[in-house]
Design a protein. Structure first.
Length: 350
């Protein structure tokens, strides 16, 4: 083995070892760091706007941080608490007669005819269907509750992570641009390739986070508020569901407010059904058609189906932060792959 090859293997082994040790060091702080990075990306335009009027970066970062904390501690904390409460009450609601309300709805002529066809096709009984509905809804409520409140069980841990996130977010806002420049210096690409990577990553992040996740949150908020004012139970939970299903191609938010509208009509709440149909058609669904083109413009757009699975996979892997971290990781991965694709094409041309 030549000296140069031995040197390269030794250096590679050392890098892998130190990289693994660094991973173990930062692993306990992954959640607060991930939240800090995501919030830094989302609110960086606000930081940039404030920096035009305040020249001291520390003061600008602190001002931006205070605004972010007010948003988190206020509405976001309240919504998270409401979702947790509603998920906790779901199994109890089903056990205390909530299923009877569902059964009364099923007894309507139209729904009953549909269920009759299902029973005939799959050779089932009404008892089997009732038991399946109760068991699956109860199991779903318990699983969602466990996943959502897993990180809220330890108040001390949550408080410490929140403090770490706040500190990290301050320095990300203050020194984030300089840190990214240093990372670019270590990338084994030419200046042109680095600029392409930066541009593509920025475009995909903007189109994914602002054009996808932020729009979904807005749609979910409108839907949740509408459900609340119409007196529909678990409005915060329904708002969360609307945000998630907004990523499903073709169906989108209609997959939630559409069936709910039908349910209200069947139950006899005609006025509520009309209001929900109008809000869903002209506000919730229109938000997607108006905001996305404005936000995305001519930027690279990640396929909606890919965003949908990256959101679900991100939530499964990272928890609630995966709602944003999933698309973010996929977006950066796509940008890196595109750089290597151009490298390969350049090698072939040469």
């Amino acid at each position: 083995m030549s000296i140069n090859r031995f040197y390269f293997i030794s250096l590679l082994g050392l890098v892998i070892l130190l990289g693994y040790l660094c991973y173990q060091i930062f692993k306990p702080f992954f959640s607060p760091l991930a939240w800090a990075i995501v919030l830094g990306i989302i609110f960086y335009p606000l930081f940039d706007f404030i920096s035009r009027h305040i020249k001291w970066r520390s003061v600008t970062a602190l001002s931006t941080l205070i605004i972010i904390l007010l948003i988190i501690i206020g509405p976001f904390s309240y919504i998270s608490f409401m979702i947790a409460v509603e998920l906790k009450q779901l199994p109890k609601y089903l056990g205390e007669g909530g299923i009877e309300d569902i059964k009364r709805t099923i007894e309507s002529p139209y729904i009953k005819s549909v269920i009759g066809k299902i029973i005939e096709t799959f050779n089932l009984t009404e008892t089997d269907i009732d038991k399946s509905i109760v068991d699956n809804l109860s199991r779903l409520g318990k699983e969602l509750m466990d996943k959502f409140t897993k990180g809220l069980g330890n108040i001390v841990s949550v408080s410490v992570n929140f403090i770490f996130m706040t500190i990290a977010l301050f320095f990300i806002l203050k020194d984030g641009s300089e840190f990214l420049e240093k990372i670019k210096d270590y990338l084994p690409f030419s200046d042109e390739q680095k600029e392409r990577l930066t541009s593509q990553t920025r475009d995909v992040i903007v189109s994914t986070i602002y054009g996808g996740v932020v729009v979904a949150i807005i749609q979910g908020s409108i839907g949740g508020l509408t459900f609340f004012f119409l007196g529909i139970s678990s409005p915060a939970l329904w708002g969360l569901v609307i945000s998630v299903v907004s990523f499903i191609p073709l169906i989108g938010t209609f997959g939630v407010w559409g069936p709910m509208t039908v349910y209200l009509f069947i139950r006899g709440d005609i006025l509520q059904g009309i209001i929900l149909a109008l809000v869903g058609t002209f506000i919730i669904s229109t938000v997607d058609n108006i905001l996305k083109p404005i936000i995305i413009g001519g930027r690279t757009k990640m396929p909606v189906l890919l965003i949908f699975f990256s959101v679900l996979g991100g939530i499964q892997l990272f928890g609630l932060i995966g709602l944003i971290m999933g698309p973010l990781v996929v977006a950066i991965f796509i940008s890196i792959i595109d750089i290597f694709r151009h490298l390969e094409e350049g090698g072939k041309d040469a």
